[in-house]
Design a protein around this ligand. Structure first.
Ligand code: MN
Length: 242
């Protein structure tokens, strides 16, 4: 089984077909959502398929528009096994809404903590250090998705027992490869971030995650098959933690 630990299934033009193909191709998908309002409908797309799990999220890039949905988030949380996409974005165009983002993120982490913790897929673009500050005293198992923090951030993330999900868009860059080489092999998961993330000019499909196994194999000095098996083992370990 191949693992796409961060994919926006509901944002493909035809999510049902994509879900069906994932089943055929043996892809596990953590289907993240960007607003609490999207959670129910997205989850219903894959009812009965245990290999596609839908995470409850409120994307930091939408925090300023959707902060009123935080109540809906809280009311859905007891039913949601996974949380994401959540986090902070310090990039251009979003930094202006930092205060709103921080309020939403803090509220979510507090709710998750009170609910006993969740596996959480977390966005930390241009905000790794601030995200790690927020994760210090809360319950839950963070997966830092497409993490591009500096070495100090990485050290703190490992001290906090974070996991990392990396995809073809990251393994294709030198900086991404360098960062991956510093992450313990047993902390790493794979993702696509499709359809946002693109490869060869096209939106990545969940099964496109295989592209990252070859790169991981190279970085780790193992075969593609061994890299795939390592990620699957990590995935099982993650589920056993929470
Ligand atoms: Mn995403």
């Amino acid at each position: 089984m191949i693992i796409d630990m961060h994919c926006h299934l509901d944002l493909y033009p035809d999510p049902l077909t994509v879900a069906k193909m994932c089943e055929e191709k043996g892809v596990y998908v953590l289907s993240v959502t960007t607003t609490p309002k999207a959670w129910k409908g997205t989850a219903s797309l894959t009812d009965g398929n245990d290999n596609i799990q839908t995470a409850l999220g409120l994307h930091p890039q939408l925090a300023h528009q959707r902060s009123q949905e935080i109540e809906l988030f809280d009311s859905l949380l007891p039913k949601a096994k996974y949380v994401g996409e959540i986090g902070l974005d310090g990039g251009k165009g979003y930094k202006n809404y930092w205060r709103q983002q921080l309020n939403v993120f803090r509220h979510i982490l507090k709710s998750v903590s009170a609910a006993g913790g969740r596996i959480m897929s977390i966005h930390s673009k241009a905000s790794a250090s601030a995200v790690l500050d927020e994760l210090l005293h809360v319950e839950g198992t963070p997966i830092l998705h497409w993490f591009m923090g500096n070495n100090g951030d990485l050290k703190r993330a490992l001290e906090r027992d974070c996991w990392f999900s990396v995809g073809p868009a990251m393994t294709a860059t030198k900086k991404g490869q360098e960062l991956i080489s510093l992450i313990p092999i047993n902390r790493l998961l794979t993702e696509t971030d499709g359809p946002f993330a693109k490869m060869y000019g096209k939106p990545l499909m969940p099964w496109g995650v295989v592209e990252s196994y070859a790169s991981l194999g190279e970085i780790w000095g193992v075969s593609l098959e061994e890299a795939k098996y390592q990620v699957y083992t990590n995935f099982l370990q993650l589920l056993s933690v929470k």
